[in-house]
Write a protein that binds this ligand. Structure first.
Ligand code: C5P
Length: 402
């Protein structure tokens, strides 16, 4: 997982009672892998579900479970533990624990340190985990709303199968999702209040019901930009051609197949967005007519002739709207990248073109980008697509009118 923003962070991971404690074990390991240090604090109820031995082994630090723990020289674990922490994440946060927080009660170490933390410097995140009836209960909803009003960030919960056998809201997010959300939490919100429309992936142009013309775009760059934009606080709509990628969390996704469909979805949405990022590798041409039935080989040796017609240029069309969003185009070239990118910028009337070498990046997890705008060029050196996407998002944000 690509979460460099967690490297060097110190996280106090609090566990209250719940079956989801097993996910906290995996989360601890993932946080360590991402370069964070983890100080685990457990309530007495949490210890009924998982042992401090396991959590110490995974975090590489002795676990704190009691406000009377005398290991700290000043005997004030409830103060000391949060003074160097970048955040407190309580996962799982039980209904009872959230109720305590809402009331400002502090009769165990974890609730005590939540109350005693420097509220401006050390944010509190809660990952609720409970039965769906407990989650839906007005008391819990009231307590969660109060904790949020007091500054806590609530991650999830998700819906699905529950340990009790019931199905509904209240499942704690998976460890990887929490890692993702925690990483996103630390991203600067440079696109807060902005709406981004992004195209991604290839398009598929049907020749007949079983054949078509497509390309090697995996959609990874566009999906990474959608995630990075969302992390930066934007509201994101992602229009995706046929790809095999999970939707970045909190992103609205619309699936399409052909260039024409992508055009028809994008055009009505464009005016209500602040930024349009066209990463899709849209087919330039499509068969003029798609055969209704599979074209058969008849044994005569004759090959079919497929007449082609041009697809609409989605980016150029959006850029020519009376009040276009800020348009960012991609140029996937095999050679002369900067020259082609410059030409494309002028031809399509877009302020920013992002060049990359198509054959070198399609399907891969890393990329090298060159940004071409009216001022000149800037290279973003080879890195993972999500890291590059985050940098690109900062570059776009810096170019938007206040
Ligand atoms: O013209 P070319 O395909 O090289 O331009 C690439 C840029 O234009 C990309 O940003 C791509 O998403 C966009 N594009 C488009 N509609 C097309 C062709 C390209 O939006 N029909």
């Amino acid at each position: 997982m690509d979460t460099p923003q967690l490297a060097g962070r110190h996280i106090v991971l609090g566990l209250s009672g719940g079956v989801a404690c097993f996910k906290a074990a995996e989360l601890t390991r993932e946080l360590g892998r991402a370069g964070a240090t983890v100080q685990v604090v457990m309530t007495e109820a949490a210890e009924a579900f998982i042992t401090a031995v396991t959590m110490q082994a995974l975090s590489g630090r002795p676990v704190f479970t009691s406000q009377w723990d005398a290991r700290e020289p000043n005997n004030m674990a409830h103060i000391n533990l949060t003074r160097t922490a970048d955040a407190v994440l309580v996962a799982p946060a039980s209904a009872d624990f959230i109720a305590k927080l809402a009331q400002g009660r502090a009769d165990d170490l974890l609730s005590l340190l939540c109350l005693a933390r420097p509220i401006e410097r050390c944010p509190l995140l809660l990952a609720p985990a409970m039965n769906r009836e407990m989650w839906a209960h007005p008391a819990t909803q009231r307590n969660v709303a109060q904790a949020a009003a007091d500054g806590a960030t609530v991650l999830g919960p998700a819906a699905g199968d529950q340990a009790c056998g019931e199905v509904g809201d209240g499942r704690m997010l998976e460890a990887t999702e929490l890692l993702d959300d925690l990483g996103a939490f630390f991203q600067p919100k440079v696109l807060a209040g902005r709406r981004l429309l992004i195209t991604a992936g290839p398009t598929y142009e049907a020749i007949d019901p079983v054949r078509g013309i497509t390309n090697l775009s995996s959609g990874k760059m566009g999906f990474a930009i959608a995630q990075a934009a969302r992390e930066a606080g934007a509201e994101v709509t992602l229009v995706a051609g046929p790809v095999h990628l999970p939707t970045p969390r909190h992103v609205r996704r619309i699936d399409v197949r052909s260039a024409q469909q992508m055009h028809d979805v994008v055009l009505p949405l464009a005016a209500s967005h602040d930024v349009f990022v066209a990463t899709a590798a849209v087919a330039d041409w499509r068969p003029a007519a798609s055969a209704e039935q599979k074209i058969k080989k008849d044994g005569s040796g004759q090959v079919p002739t497929i007449a082609m017609t041009e697809n609409p240029d989605i980016l150029a069309t959006v850029a020519r709207l009376p009040q276009p969003p800020y348009c960012v185009g991609f140029a996937a070239e095999s050679h002369d990248l900067v020259r082609h990118a410059r030409e494309k910028r002028l031809r399509k009337h877009v302020p920013l073109i992002v060049g990359n070498l198509g054959p070198a990046t399609f399907g891969r997890d890393d990329n090298t980008l060159v940004l071409v705008d009216a001022q000149g060029e800037r290279e973003l050196p080879t890195a993972g697509k999500l890291s590059l996407a985050r940098e690109l998002v900062r570059e776009i944000a810096a170019r938007l009118a206040p």
